[in-house]
Design a protein around this ligand. Structure first.
Ligand code: NAP
Length: 417
């Protein structure tokens, strides 16, 4: 009989399919809300038990780091512990982490898509599969039950075991290390839906796509997805030393946003002097885009996530009948729009949020086919998870995406050691 310890040290691998009583986790508690470096702390907690028929327990080898758990650490704009309590979770804490690579250790009675021993990555979309809206075949991303695993739900990937809905599991690309595999799914699947999910404004061969934050998580994926569709991505970044990174991924060229100062909410249209100054900045930005392209073409899709600082410019430069697609408001939530550009040029301003199973699988297929570089910028230890969220919070993160080792004993492993 296989003996099971009560808890395994980080880097130790329990016999396949055996579940210890307890596990190590990076835990956020309400009394620690604030700067990520102090909000996260390693604790020993009970391993999640009692799988529902549609759930799986995944032994986490590595976890991807995303901006959402900066918000979780801050406790703002949403108190995630309160969200868990509302959903009947009595733990009083949050285990974040919305990207994982790992091994399936247990499955619920109704699971057919994965089995114990499968090496997987986990996408972060969860929903109530019994919701009549979902059962009727509608996009579960529009269901009221939709949640981001490891942010709105507890039991994310910053722990030795994570509890997920089995449909979230996708095959891990064998050519990637655990840490590379853990890095790109959240940002990549989000970028995939933004660029492919909103017909008729889906990315097509010959399109120009303007990508804000081209060297960040979302941006590095958007450049590559646009490139794979035969489009011409142009990246915006905050310093010239990021140009080469974006161009290597497929950007035709880059714009340094620090050369402009018309960011933020639009001045009121009745304030002619202030408005004129803003319009001058926006026109100069548009001209910089034409200079990169070598022709006077406007972007068919503008890929936005900074929000308040950038939306007025995104809408101004977007092509007639084009789309500004947005999934976040990192710089603020009040996106002020000059409606004249929106209606006269019949532009679309489209919100987008993560991805459904098909979109996550389509992105993962690009990864499996070796067409997407996961853009792993740096790998951290389990103990450094708070610190790498702090880097992100302060805008000092490395180019691309960060990951942390959880149970993988060292970097560079592609399989179980
Ligand atoms: P990231 O890796 O930190 O990259 C964001 C990039 O945005 C930065 O590299 C920065 O590049 C640029 N940026 C920051 N502030 C800016 C500003 N004021 N104006 C213009 N550009 C600015 O983060 P990420 O993973 O790409 O995520 C970005 C945002 O999207 C976060 O708020 C995140 O929570 C959200 N998000 C939402 C979803 C969803 O499903 N809704 C999914 C993923 C991420 P430069 O300084 O070089 O310009």
């Amino acid at each position: 009989m296989v003996s099971v310890k009560d808890v395994y040290e980080l880097g130790e691998i329990p016999p396949l399919g055996t579940i210890p009583k307890q596990m190590y986790a990076q835990v956020i508690r309400r009394e620690r809300f604030g700067a990520p470096k102090q909000a996260f702390q390693v604790e020993k907690v009970d391993t999640p038990a009692g799988l529902k028929p549609n759930e799986a327990l995944v032994f986490v080898m590595a976890a991807g780091i995303n901006y959402n758990n900066v918000w979780a650490a801050l406790g703002s704009p949403v108190d995630v512990v309160k969200v868990h309590e509302r959903d009947g979770d009595e733990t009083g804490y949050h285990i974040g982490g919305s990207d994982a690579s790992g091994i399936v250790y247990a499955v619920g009675s109704g699971v057919t898509n994965v089995k114990v021993g499968d090496e997987v990555v986990v996408h972060c979309g969860m929903w109530d599969e019994d919701d009549p809206f979902v059962k009727a075949g509608n996009d579960p991303m529009f269901s009221n039950s939709f949640q981001i695993w490891g942010y709105e739900s507890n039991w994310g990937s910053f722990a030795q075991f994570t509890k997920v809905q089995a449909h979230q599991c996708l095959p891990k690309a064998p050519h990637l290390t655990w840490e590379e595999a853990a890095a790109p799914t959240l940002v990549g699947a989000t970028a995939y839906r933004m660029l492919h999910g909103w017909p008729p404004n889906t990315v097509k061969e010959g399109d120009v796509v303007l990508v804000w934050g081209g060297s960040g998580g979302l941006g590095s994926m958007a450049i590559q997805i646009a490139r794979e569709a035969g489009a011409t991505p142009v990246a915006v970044v905050s310093s010239e030393d990021k140009f080469a990174f974006c161009e290597k991924l497929g950007a035709k060229g880059c714009i340094n946003r620090k050369k402009f100062d018309h960011w933020g909410m639009l001045p009121h249209w009745t304030d002619e002097a202030a408005y004129g100054k803003w319009a001058e900045g926006a026109r100069a930005f548009g001209k910089a885009l034409w200079d990169v392209l070598g022709e006077r073409r406007n972007p068919n899709i503008v890929f936005d996530h900074p929000g308040e600082d950038t939306v007025p410019t995104s809408i101004f430069v977007c092509e007639t009948a084009g789309m500004v697609v947005i999934c976040a408001g990192t710089s603020g939530f009040n996106a002020v729009v000059d409606l004249r550009y929106l209606w006269m040029r019949q532009k679309r301003f489209q919100g987008s949020h993560f991805a459904n199973d098909e979109q996550a699988a389509a992105f993962n297929q690009l990864v499996l086919d070796g067409k997407i570089d996961p853009c792993l910028g740096a790998t951290y230890s389990f103990d450094e998870i708070g610190q790498c969220h702090q880097l992100m919070y302060e805008g000092r993160q490395p180019l691309g995406v960060m990951a942390a080792l959880v149970s993988a004993p060292r970097e560079g492993l592609k399989d179980v050691p």
